[in-house]
Design a protein around this ligand. Structure first.
Ligand code: PMP
Length: 408
């Protein structure tokens, strides 16, 4: 099948992009928070809500068989998409947050002891900090932090000292939702593995921009959210190596995750169902297959070139703006940019730009420790997806300049 290499063709698949906001054509640059959905995702969700609807894995009736098949086909599509070895290593969750909480509670619950440590980086989203704090608190273990330098790059020179024998797991983002830098996760993983320490990767931002191969990365766990990858809200994935997933207990108990239940003793279902208690968002999970098909329908070179042009243009133009500080300076990055401008509050800029039709994120970005690192209360962020154009980047820069002028 011919791959799509035309931005207008890509845009035509997204009904949300056709709307006006505040009487202006929408320029949606808050993709780091959530992406818009292509028609094929919307159509499958509608088709299932309109009738192809029966609870999965439970009944013998036709509708249940159909939804079960759609759900399990999607699991296989996810497996292929991230190149996991087995379908059993793909757990459907409600998002990255749930995936990390699952690992923190289950892996941390089993393996952390008093005095042990968990290592995260200074640039993590709250979702990759707080779940670890919760389990550390209950186990009297410590949260350790790998600092970032002034440009936002991990202090790899400090890694070996931090990775002492007390560290039982490392959990870091592949790409920070603030800095946009592609972190050297492969190097970190190999250095942690050399000391026998497993690594969880938060792929919430990277999955959309970087081809992900969990076997090549050799990560032990990998988490991402479906809604940032053109899929429905309330969907996500936890990948885990089978031997580790087999060794840790279920996180939540309920229907579908059991072998047999008696009041004396319950046995658990094999993977992946052991970690999928209760009725999941099976329609959303099934529609992730369509999101993946959409991503795979786009020509990879086209996408890479388009993102590179946007990155080059944005960096060049942002740095020309007086008083602007860009956070995250490094060799390889995705098209996500966070910055502050002297004398202009990020929320004021975001509000003015919203009136111009530009949707941006402002605030602490769910990364309060990183804000503190840079001594700021908040930032403004523009994050691009496959359907964003260089024209939109130009409109963004022009609007930003106008907004700054209005506040000065
Ligand atoms: N980690 C990172 C790096 C993120 O960007 C996000 C979402 N902004 C999350 C975790 C949490 O994802 P979700 O809210 O979809 O669970």
């Amino acid at each position: 099948m011919n791959k799509i290499a035309d931005i207008n063709q890509i845009r035509s698949l997204f009904p949300a992009l056709e709307q006006s906001v505040n009487s202006k054509t929408l320029v949606y640059l808050d993709n780091g928070a959530t992406s818009q959905k292509p028609k094929q995702v919307i159509d499958l969700v509608n088709r299932m809500n309109s009738g192809v609807n029966g609870n999965i894995h439970r009944a013998v009736h036709e509708l249940s068989s159909q939804t079960t098949e759609l759900y399990e086909d999607s699991r296989e599509a996810v497996r292929q998409f991230i190149n996991a070895a087995q379908k059993e290593e793909i757990i459907f969750t409600s998002g990255t947050t749930a995936s990390i909480n699952l690992v923190a509670a289950s892996y941390g619950g089993k393996y952390l002891r008093k005095g042990d440590s968990v290592l995260v980086s200074e640039a993590e989203h709250h979702s990759n900090i707080v779940p670890w704090q919760l389990i550390c608190e209950s186990k009297e273990a410590n949260l350790r932090v790998l600092p970032v330098d002034e440009n936002g790059n991990w202090r790899m020179d400090m890694l070996d000292n931090l990775l002492d024998s007390s560290v039982k797991i490392v959990s870091v983002s592949h790409v920070s939702n603030v800095l946009g830098l592609i972190n050297p996760v492969e190097e970190l993983i190999s250095r942690a593995h050399a000391k026998g320490i497993p690594v969880m990767v938060d792929g919430a931002q990277s999955i959309v921009h970087i081809e992900t191969d969990v076997r090549k990365l050799d990560c032990d766990f990998y988490a991402f959210s479906g809604h940032k990858l053109y899929g429905p809200t309330g969907t996500g994935v936890l990948y885990g190596k089978r031997e580790i997933l087999d060794s840790i207990p279920p996180w939540m108990g309920g229907g579908d995750m059991v072998g047999t239940v008696t009041f004396e003793k319950t046995t658990y279902a094999p993977l992946p169902l052991k970690f999928e208690a209760g009725t999941p968002n099976f329609i959303g999970a099934a529609a992730m297959l369509e999101a993946i098909r959409f991503v795979e329908s786009i020509d990879k070179k086209f996408l890479e070139n388009s993102e590179r042009s946007i990155v080059e243009y944005m960096i060049e133009e942002l740095l020309k703006i007086e008083g602007l500080r860009l956070y995250g300076v490094g060799e390889s990055r995705i098209s996500l940019f966070s910055f502050t401008v002297n004398g202009a509050h990020p929320s004021d800029l975001a509000m003015i730009m919203d009136k111009m039709g530009v949707a941006l994120r402002s605030g602490q970005m769910c990364a309060e420790p990183l804000m503190k690192r840079y001594g700021v209360e908040s930032m403004l962020r523009a994050s691009f997806a496959a359907y964003n154009t260089i024209d939109e980047a130009e409109y963004f820069i022009a609007s930003l300049k106008r907004a700054i002028k209005m506040l000065s």
